[in-house]
Design a binder for this molecule. Sequence first.
Ligand SMILES: Cc1cc2nc3c(=O)[nH]c(=O)nc-3n(C[C@H](O)[C@H](O)[C@H](O)COP(=O)(O)O)c2cc1C
Length: 366
Amino acid sequence: MIMIFEKCRLKGRVLKNRIVFPPVVCFGWSKDGVMSQRHLEHYRNVAKGGAGLVIAEASCINPAARLTESQLGIWSDDFIPGYEKLAGVCHAEGAAVTVQIHHGGIKAVTGEPLVPSLAAGEQAPAKRGALKAKELDAAGIREIEDQFTAAAVRLKKAGVDGVELHGAHGYFLSYFISSSANKRVDEYGGSTENRARIVSNIMKKIRSECGGGFIIGIRYGGASPGLDDGIALAKIFEEAGCDILNISTGAFGETIPVPGKYVEFNSAVYTAIEIKKHVSIPVIASNSVGTIEKGKILVNGGLADFAAYARNILADYDWVKKTEQGKEPVRCFKCRTCRWFKRAFDDCPAQKIAAQKHAARKRAGY
Ligand SMILES: Cc1cc2nc3c(=O)[nH]c(=O)nc-3n(C[C@H](O)[C@H](O)[C@H](O)COP(=O)(O)O)c2cc1C
């Protein structure tokens, strides 16, 4: 039986357990997209806290595609030293590390908002504020494929273990793969294969440039717009050389009803469970997994290969170690400070409590 705290292998690497820290942008921590000392301390703490796989935050492949001026960048070789240090701190603490690579699409604020098609479905915004989005031609799409590939090549040079394509949450790639947002009539639209083509092309290009040992993953919506789409896409991604799927929500945060049998989980986790049945590559269940008991149901029960915990680990860096040792971690209050105030977890009340408890323990000498 597979156990959540047991070692496992991923693309020839040994991971110390099946717990993943999923991508979490640290808003405001970077100047001009460069990895800061604060980032490095943060990721050192996350890795030290015990997650087997750390997926570092959404890092932009193009300066015009960012969510904020302070989002991390990977659009030029100048960024490589920062990611070398990131690989160094995570590996020193015994964690594997991949980096999420990202294009903001319609949500980008540092350049033109881009969409696959202006003739979008009703759900799909074709404007960002007053700015009308721009539809790319096939040559423009291939340019973006090359930018994703170049970002991956830089990260390989930096010594990280792989990349995760950000194909979720309403960003560029999620619009392409969703039939609700992509109404193109060329080779990048229409059938599921065509809508997935941009992703498949990026995966194939990365594999050819970065070699067999480099981890290629994707985060995407398991029900975007329906579970059938999530399953069909998974098969296409596996065929294109993808090594690991991280299931979340898609272009419009779609959810589907969760059957009673899985009532303790939300729609994103449920779709991960269903998708796993159709592929042989590992699947990460993420979004409000929230407790180690639920993680065990998922992983020890064979429903998913990995369980991801974002806010639990933000609230207490030592969450993984503590839960493994049966100790009580500091609990995330789900106050949404980290999410809605866009300051990452700077103001996280649970982290402040964790720091106070740590100081008290040090004073008491244990
Ligand atoms: C502050 C913050 C930043 C986030 N940044 C990213 C990101 O860069 N990429 C991504 O795919 N998801 C991002 N997410 C979503 C998380 O990876 C995760 O899916 C979400 O917090 C739900 O999981 P949880 O219940 O374990 O916290 C972010 C979440 C938060 C709270």
